[in-house]
Design a protein around this ligand. Structure first.
Ligand SMILES: Nc1ncnc2c1ncn2[C@@H]1O[C@H](COP(=O)(O)OP(=O)(O)O)[C@@H](O)[C@H]1O
Ligand SMILES: [Mg+2]
Length: 235
């Protein structure tokens, strides 16, 4: 009991430390660049570049704060989840275009494989967010020319929604940690600068709020497969 409490306090402390650190980095960049720009008069183009970089850092901080806000509201039980029938196959068809565009930006081809009909009880917007988050990761951690496939199959009383990529992969010892808040693998940090390490925590919360779970399989350097397993509505 005491050990559990200590572990949970440690987690909260670690979380605050990580959150502060992640927000501090963009602030340091903005401050440094503004100070440098103000040191002497400069051509308009230089100011423009500083403002562009400032905007990028602000976008990053906004994303971190939005995701943190979501997670703390989720912790407090304040996130409302709809409970309506959602056709997952229609959802997959629906995000196909958006997913393809995400891929194009990185030279990655996003395709849809097998899609079997499946209806779950839940919140369409959240499920869409979950799937887009997984596609975003799959594309981001792919290499140009890589392929990403979305698929949906029925298995007994569950629907298995998967996103498979041929990207950088995740080492076995890190697979257990990627759903932790702020956790990003070194390979991921080296591959893609952008990221908060909060997306998968949100995905996991959404899957569990639907009485489901999310599984990750991966081979380092070869690719990863994320599968969301959700109970289907009787039909
Ligand atoms: N498709 C993937 N391929 C390789 N690594 C991944 C993939 N998806 C997630 N990861 C790893 O899990 C970490 C956490 O993912 P996430 O919470 O979405 O954070 P972010 O996308 O901001 O890096 C990533 O930083 C990366 O290390
Ligand atoms: Mg992500």
């Amino acid at each position: 009991m005491i050990a559990r409490l200590e572990a949970s306090f440690r987690q909260v402390r670690q979380f605050s430390a990580d959150a502060s650190h992640e927000l501090r980095t963009p602030l340091t960049v903005i401050k440094g660049e503004a100070e440098l720009a103000l040191r002497r008069p400069r051509p308009a183009e230089d100011y423009r570049q500083v403002l562009e970089s400032t905007l990028e850092e602000i976008d990053r901080m906004t994303q971190i704060v939005d995701e943190l806000l979501f997670l703390s509201r989720a912790d407090l039980g304040e996130v409302a989840i709809e409970s309506l029938p959602v056709r997952l196959d229609a959802l997959v068809e629906d995000i196909q275009r958006q997913a393809a565009v995400l891929g194009q930006e990185h030279g990655v081809q996003v395709t849809v494989g097998t899609v079997e009909p499946a209806v779950v009880q839940g919140d369409e917007l959240r499920l869409r967010e979950l799937l887009l988050n997984l596609v975003d990761n799959a594309v981001k951690y792919s290499r140009p020319g890589g392929k990403v496939e979305i698929a949906l199959v029925r298995e007994g009383t569950t629907a298995r929604l998967s996103v498979t990529d041929q990207g950088i992969g995740i080492a076995p010892e890190e697979l257990g940690r990627i759903f932790d808040r702020f956790y990003r693998t070194d390979a991921a940090r080296a591959h893609a600068k952008k990221g908060t390490g909060l997306g998968l925590s949100i995905c996991k919360w959404i899957a569990e709020a639907h009485h489901g779970r999310i599984e990750a399989q991966s081979t380092m350097g070869q690719g990863s497969k994320f599968t969301v397993v959700l109970p289907v509505v009787h039909d």
